[in-house]
Design a protein around this ligand. Structure first.
Ligand code: IPM
Ligand code: MN
Length: 357
């Protein structure tokens, strides 16, 4: 098949990790006889520096004219002045909103070979395999806000409409049907009106999916259960900010924030694929970042936007094989053991991919 992929390396470790994922996508194309056309554009803090805008029109047009976007990360200390009018993160929110990417899929699994590294007991991690579906274009991220730079009040509004909840709930129910048929919907219905609407709507949508068992959990209690008994969760659906927070927490189960990929999807096959870790300015430029989250995001891109499920599985299998071989980046290495840099780790994944072909 032929596909055009826009690459937005962004800031911090973004360029380091996307370069590795692009090399792997080129391998996937060569091995499978596909033609992937890559086009790169400015996004985030580097786009503010170059064009005064974190999501310039030129970048937007390139994203409009492609099949999928692979994104590194945005942000950094040089753009984090609290009084700044233009921020890298605004680019990310505008990108999500512009393409109506309301469903953010964040799969979380525990790798048995990393269990000794995770701060949780190995027996708690057994069988951990869940899929978070974070609502991505609503809630406090997009509600009315009043920002008073020199005033003494400010507010954000957590707002949801029934159709917004329905569409993300349906994505979650359908995902659950293809998995263990269990869905946990997370809200704060004992306090928030938007959560009561959320819960009521998820209960209504549940009638369309009688084969899926649904539980409703309060976000505070869920945050605890996620660490106490993580293996009992299958698909988890929640609003934007709860999903942001809970998926960073869930990354502990996978061994490192660097492991987790994500797919941001709307109604069609177009999607934006990015690791959940962010720009990590403290390690940027050192070549030590864990590229797994971005590589697995590239696998999600193959599966969801290009319907290349076999190729996606091959890429995921290559990551698995390299981890089984004992190769580690610094964030997942045992203390006092040698760790590979990002590029060397990426080369091992490339070799594993070729070997499995
Ligand atoms: C994420 C990030 C973003 C978010 C930031 C960078 C705006 O934390 O994708 O999880 O909060 O959505
Ligand atoms: Mn986040």
């Amino acid at each position: 098949m032929q596909a055009t992929i826009t690459v937005l390396p962004g800031d911090g470790i973004g360029p380091e990790v996307t370069a590795i994922a692009v090399a792997l996508l080129k391998d996937v194309a060569a091995l499978g006889g596909h033609t992937f056309i890559f086009q790169e554009a400015l996004f985030g803090g580097c786009a503010i520096d170059a064009a005064g805008d974190p999501f310039p029109a030129e970048t937007r047009i390139m994203c409009e004219n492609c099949d999928a976007v692979l994104l590194g990360a945005v942000g950094g200390v040089q753009w984090s002045d609290p009084t700044a009018k233009v921020r890298p993160e605004q680019g990310l929110l505008r990108l999500r909103q512009h393409f109506g990417l309301f469903a953010n899929l964040r799969p979380v699994r525990a790798y048995p070979m990393l269990a000794s590294h995770a701060p949780l007991r190995a027996d708690l991690l057994e069988g951990v395999d869940m899929l978070f579906i974070r609502e991505l274009t609503g809630g406090a991220y997009f509600g009315a806000r009043q920002e008073q730079g020199d005033g003494d009040t400010a507010y954000d509004t957590m707002i949801y409409s029934v159709p917004e909840v329905q569409r993300v709930a349906r994505v979650a129910f359908r995902a659950a049907q293809g998995r263990r048929k269990h869905l946990t919907s997370v809200d704060k219905a004992n306090v928030l009106a938007s959560s009561r609407l959320w819960q009521r709507t998820v209960k209504q949508v549940a009638a369309e999916y009688p084969d899926v068992q649904v539980d409703h959990a309060l976000v505070d209690s869920f945050a605890m259960q996620l660490i106490r008994t993580p293996s009992r969760f299958d698909v988890v659906v929640t609003e934007n900010m709860f999903g942001d927070i809970l998926t960073d927490e869930a990354a502990v189960l996978a061994g490192s924030l660097g492991m987790l990929p994500s797919a941001s999807l709307g109604e069609g096959t177009f999607g934006v694929y990015e690791p959940i870790h962010g720009s990590a300015p403290d390690i940027a430029g050192k070549g030590i970042a864990n590229p797994i989250g971005t590589i697995l995001s590239a696998a999600l891109l193959l599966r969801h936007s290009l319907t290349l499920g076999d190729e996606a599985a091959a890429l995921e299998g290559a990551v698995q094989a390299v981890l089984e071989s004992g190769a580690r980046t610094g964030d997942i290495a045992e203390p006092n053991t040698a760790a590979l840099g990002s590029a060397a780790f990426g080369e091992q994944v490339r070799a594993a991919l070729r070997k499995a072909h």
